[in-house]
Design a protein around this ligand. Structure first.
Ligand code: TYM
Length: 374
């Protein structure tokens, strides 16, 4: 008897899969934006101009947006518990100060939505070690370590789970995340092929200007990075005007004094023009006209002024939000609740397709069979 029902269920599920794989080609997914940031306390202008500023634009354009503070990702490298908690709070304050509006966006913290870890495990069982070893961020970060935590290795699978839980179709990120998103696409494809259409193939939204990979101010061959030990390599959103001036003054350019935009041959100056353009709203063409006759040293003063004018209100606003942790907590708790309800729907669907939640599925199938037999 049990054998028979098992075969019936198998046949049923196989036919469902066939039907779904036909659907894959025609299925249109509602446009959904998802992205995440690690709670490193504050953002540098690479994170801001390469990602978060665009998150705000998408939100204000009326898109369906979900943004996540990814604390589970942070612990792939050791963290002090108190500092991690403080950094999460500060990241929430920073995102709000940058313009994320909790009335328009779902803003939440990853570890408060346990379905991320659950889906990550299921997807991990569908990923090969060879696929993960070749990802550049893993190679870069693990090269500096003697003992490599397993979490660092499987981090991109968790990232795929983040995106897939919300069935996101578009993911605004900087260039360094593109290969992680390719893994998310191939996992969605693999899951759909095996279990039927469940996930869209997300698309990376990387800006086509040089903001998708802002360079270190100290070494324009490298990207601006939070893990750079030289604090002068990046500008933080909380930097005071004096600090910004000092960092821009010390930024590495080259021996040509004219201001020209040539990211290949003159990456240091091109980086400054990108920063200037994105913070002032001026086009590079307008910037050239204004910078005519200036040497790079004098031009740095203009970049400083644009940056200070743009970042000052954000820095002040971060301080105000940090003075009101109750407000921040209420915003994040509300965001977590919204995120959990979407995540729960997806994980239930995934578990059923994979063959989990056995007893509740079997009970439901029995009820359905009884109803059909009536
Ligand atoms: P994270 O926290 O390192 O960076 C957050 C965002 O900032 C972008 N970024 C840059 N953009 C331009 N120039 C730079 N120098 C620069 N440095 C960083 C990153 O590309 C990113 O968009 N793994 C992710 C977080 C994550 C995520 C996700 C992102 C977890 N799950 C799901 C998207 C979707 C990370 O560590 O980002």
């Amino acid at each position: 008897m049990l054998k028979l029902s098992y075969q019936v269920v198998r046949r049923l599920s196989v036919s469902v899969h066939r039907c779904h794989s036909l659907e894959t080609k025609t299925h249109t997914w509602p446009r959904k934006i998802f992205s995440g940031v690690q709670p490193t306390g504050c953002l540098h202008i690479g994170n801001y101009l390469g990602a978060v500023k665009r998150w705000v634009d998408l939100q204000n354009a009326g898109e369906d947006v979900t943004y996540c503070i990814v604390d589970l990702h942070s612990i792939t490298l050791p963290q002090e518990p108190e500092i991690l908690r403080h950094n999460c709070l500060q990241m929430a304050a920073t995102l709000l100060a940058c313009g994320i509006d909790p009335m328009k966006a779902t803003l939440f913290v990853q570890s408060a939505v346990p379905q991320h870890a659950e889906l990550s495990w299921i997807l991990g069982c569908m990923t090969t070690m060879a696929r993960l070893t070749h990802l550049p961020q893993y190679k870069e970060k693990s090269a500096k370590l003697k003992e490599i935590p397993l979490g660092l290795y499987i981090y991109p699978v968790l990232q795929a789970a983040d995106i897939m839980l919300y069935k996101a179709t578009h993911v605004p990120v900087g260039e360094d995340q593109v290969q992680h998103l390719q893994l998310a696409q191939s996992l969605a494809r693999a899951f759909n092929n095996r279990f039927g259409t469940t996930f869209p193939f997300c698309e990376a939204k990387v800006s086509d200007d040089t903001s998708s990979r802002l360079k270190s101010l100290r070494d324009p061959a490298k990207k601006m990075s939070k893990s750079d030990p030289d604090p002068k390599s990046c500008i933080m959103l909380t930097d005071e005007p004096k600090v910004i001036q000092e960092k821009i003054k010390k930024s590495v350019t080259d021996f040509t004094s004219e201001v020209t935009f040539d990211p290949e041959k003159r990456p240091g100056v091109a980086n400054l023009i990108t920063i200037h353009s994105l913070t002032s709203g001026k086009t590079p063409a307008e910037i050239f006209v204004e910078a005519k006759g200036l040497n790079t040293g004098q031009y740095k003063q203009q970049v400083t002024e644009a940056l200070v004018e743009h970042l000052n209100p954000i820095r002040i606003q971060i301080g105000r939000y940090m003075d009101d942790p109750n407000y921040l907590t209420a915003i994040i708790e509300n965001g977590c609740e919204k995120a959990r309800s979407t995540a729960e729907r997806t994980i239930t669907e995934v578990k059923e397709k994979v063959g989990m939640n056995a007893f509740s599925v079997i009970r439901q199938q029995a009820i359905r069979r009884k109803e059909l037999a009536k």
